[in-house]
Design a protein around this ligand. Structure first.
Ligand SMILES: [Zn+2]
Length: 118
């Protein structure tokens, strides 16, 4: 496993997710301003659309924030020297998984177990 390469991938992903997150936040801010500037929505359809857009943005924002946290954790693991080891059971995570998902901090088994219990 080439840690230098994984670190580069993670740094790029972090920049990408940070940009995505601030984009979504900016969109949400301008969306809220637009909504607040309209005294009364023209009709129920418009109000529903605005609410739907706000909800969707919030979901995307959480997704980006969660991914960002995982990327940060993976970078911290490189520094700690535990990169490539499952955070839960400490067994090595398969290289193919790390190549596909550089920010994986759990092995597949532990990931699935946690998702099932969530
Ligand atoms: Zn595990």
């Amino acid at each position: 496993m080439n840690l230098q390469h994984q670190r580069k991938l993670l740094t790029d992903l972090r920049a990408q997710y940070e940009a995505g997150l601030s984009d979504v936040k900016e969109q949400r801010r301008s969306g809220l301003r637009r909504y607040e500037s309209t005294e009364v929505p023209d009709d129920d359809v418009d109000a529903g659309t605005v609410l739907f857009d706000r909800e969707r943005n919030e979901v995307i924002e959480e997704d980006f924030a969660a991914l960002l946290k995982q990327v940060e954790r993976a970078l911290a693991k490189i520094d700690e020297g535990t990169y490539g080891l499952c955070d839960n059971c400490r067994k090595p995570i398969p290289e193919e998984r790390l190549k596909a998902l550089p920010y994986a901090t759990l092995g597949i088994d532990c990931q699935e177990r946690l998702e099932r219990s969530a």
